[in-house]
Ligand binder design. Structure first.
Ligand code: MRU
Length: 320
């Protein structure tokens, strides 16, 4: 994808380090973070400087490579990284690959390159679902920023845009961390028309025929076909079903968890709900909006019965 008109990946090797686009500072500032140690990578994942299931996996892979260079044992590196975030199965998937890799750096690079190819394939697979002039609703950020390149849910939209199709995206704000602002930022970088909406607006827009289809990403698709994704996804799927709007999940192979039918839902800090990031007096700042007791479950599970189909690298798997 393009950042300020230049093609970049979200994670790139830079000599003995890796550099990542710092998503904790977007969309207010564009800054790259240099990661050189296991601790750097673990902190970047935990504090969401890098986020989005496929990118978490790719960053963890590089975390192992950097850890081995520092002299850490493989087991220790994998344990530290596995403990950073519990819901995205891509993290475990990447660490499993790193455990058996002969050359850690080559394997980390391969995971990144495969992610780019896989996301591009998801884009091509999902392209026939879109029509000229259509309106797509998406939740959270499952775009370029959440992967190494192209994104998952946004990949078909980028493919359509590249093919000259006019597509407009309704972007859910996605409280509490507002990943929708990341989606708006990257769509703007690429010139794709979009409108940010409050999370509560989607049902209304669907009722009034203003959404042709929903495409979301996923942190883990269980063997039942149930979909763990950013909190609020389930409500969108319910509204879509009630309004006969197709609801698609873009899903790379690394997000499929064939081994279980439950998932741990990450509970994040109350401060993410109590404060909101923005610009104050021209500078990035956080504003407290409540001191109340709050809960902050970061993901929910959408039952497979509400999913129209899964957009994979190999094509669209429709529900029967
Ligand atoms: O908490 P986040 O921002 O890492 O959550 C991201 C999501 O829920 C995405 O929709 C999901 O990881 C798919 S990204 C291609």
């Amino acid at each position: 994808m393009k950042v300020d008109g230049r093609w970049r990946r979200t994670i790139e090797r830079d000599g003995d380090a890796v550099i990542v686009l710092d998503q904790a500072r977007l969309p207010f500032e564009v800054a790259w973070l240099r990661l050189t140690t296991l601790d750097d990578v673990a902190r970047a994942i935990r504090d969401m400087h890098v986020r989005g299931a496929p990118l978490i996996g790719a960053a963890a892979a590089w975390g192992v490579a950097l850890a081995l260079r520092e002299g850490h044992a493989l087991d220790h590196a994998c344990r530290v990284l596995a403990a950073t975030r519990p819901t995205a199965v891509n993290l475990k998937w990447a660490l499993d690959r790193m455990r058996t890799a002969r050359d850690a750096e080559a394997e980390a690079q391969r995971i990144c390159d495969e992610d780019v190819a896989g996301c591009k394939a998801i884009g091509q697979a999902g392209l026939p679902l879109l029509r000229d002039g259509c309106n797509v609703l998406t939740h959270c950020n499952a775009g370029w920023l959440a992967t190494v390149d192209w994104g998952t849910a946004l990949a078909p939209i980028y493919a359509a845009h590249e093919a000259g199709m006019r597509v407009h995206v309704w972007v859910d704000e996605t409280r509490p961390r507002n990943q929708g602002l990341l989606t708006a930022w990257e769509l703007a970088q690429h010139g794709v028309p979009h409108t940010v909406i409050a999370d509560n607006a989607g049902g209304h827009l669907m009722q009034h025929g203003r959404v042709d289809l929903c495409i979301v990403g996923t942190d883990r698709v269980l063997r039942t076909g149930d979909v763990a994704n950013k909190i609020g996804t389930y409500l969108k799927a319910l509204a879509a079903r009630d309004n006969n709007v197709p609801f698609y999940v873009a899903m790379p192979a690394s997000s499929f968890d064939a081994s279980s039918d439950t998932v741990e839902i990450e509970e994040r800090s109350a401060d993410e709900v109590r404060a909101i990031a923005g610009i104050v007096d021209g500078k990035p700042a956080r504003v407290r909006i409540t001191e109340a007791t709050v809960a902050n479950p970061a993901f929910d599970v959408t039952p497979a019965r509400l999913v129209t189909g899964y957009i994979t690298e190999r094509g669209v798997v429709a529900k029967v």
